[in-house]
Write a protein that binds this ligand. Sequence first.
Ligand SMILES: *Cc1c(COP(=O)(O)O)cnc(C)c1O
Ligand SMILES: [Zn+2]
Length: 433
Amino acid sequence: MTQATQPKTKSAATFRALKCKECGEEYELKAMHVCEYCFGPLEVVYDYDALRQTVTRETIQAGPNSIWRYRSFLPVETNQPIDVGTGMTPLVQAKRLARRLGLNKLYIKNDAVNMPTLSFKDRVVSVALTRAKELGFSTVSCASTGNLANSTAAIAAHAGLDCCVFIPADLEAGKVMGTLIYGPTVMAVQGNYDQVNRLCSEVANTHGWGFVNINLRPYYSEGSKTLGYEVAEQLGWQLPDHVVAPLASGSLFTKIYKGFREFVDVGLVADKHVRFSGAQADGCSPIAQAYREGRDFVTPVKPSTIAKSLAIGNPADGVYAIDIARKTNGNIESVTDAEIIEGIKLLAETEGIFTETAGGTTVAVLQKLVEAGKIDPDETTVVYITGNGLKTQEAMQGYIGEPFTIEPKLDSFERALERSHTLERLEWQQVLV
Ligand SMILES: *Cc1c(COP(=O)(O)O)cnc(C)c1O
Ligand SMILES: [Zn+2]
């Protein structure tokens, strides 16, 4: 690793320190992520007075059509960040899904089409690799449940950084292919994510690489705030009443919250009480279990679920996610693998969005919360869809029917069409009984 001198394109930076979330100790803006006194996680702090004086809705709208329109709120010095078109994904009003569930104001934040690798992880990696370059790293890495490896490999390729990523050996084919294609070194570790992560902490200490979610984690995690900013801007500079988002480490959830609070603090949106609800899979639900049992500590679990992108058994930000759900009068729920598959199908059939297992988890939890009366039909509710279904095709094998194979002849088509109508009638009868 070579430590770079000051970047040439340095601009007036508004982030000023790393600060321990537990004891408040402050540190220089280096590549580090835990407090040397209490081992608490470090977080980036900003000069909000400066932001209040310089940032307006107009300055944001004059920026690029990507997460970098919010650059003043992100921990980078350069005014030439790595911009691969990440962010500004559609916020769609989900009228048909809303009607099905009995809601009136439901929106989908669709990061299944985020650029360049079709998950929200492109946000955090765009920020982390921009910062990695500023800090002089030439090799970047990550411990991944799949999507993070895709993003790190793709954006490193674009930025000309060397890349070595670590994944659990049992990932979906689409996630492995979607990493290998960019030409990084890929280590498929025979173990679960938590074991991958432990190994990576050791490698980070011995090799001096920039691990986006380990030694660069304070910078990386700030990228998720853009999921909050964009929703506020796309709702016409207003906050929603309720958000539902998936939880793996819990980082994304806490940073949507931080993004909303910052927009209120600097006067970009009016203050509002936003409820935060989190989604996990039963097969890996350490945060939901702690929430249900009223605990403020998270007991690690060994994951076993089709929602592999959410399969973190020892979630770093679990306690902070619980705190936010409690103080905002939200919820944290979990659902079975069968419900996740139904959630994926429901979103596809009502809104034309094919999400991966993490999105199926979120939709299924949304449905569960509605059925339990925990979402008011008139609340403006935003559901975060964080990844693309084409990457987790295995999960849907055997659950989506098959095409009718026909001869290239009209009568063959007519017979198939008749069969399809019969099948539809049978399905309806099953629904009715
Ligand atoms: C990583 C990931 C998440 C959760 O991220 P955390 O910040 O670790 O909670 C959610 N959805 C998808 C698709 C992911 O890849
Ligand atoms: Zn501390």
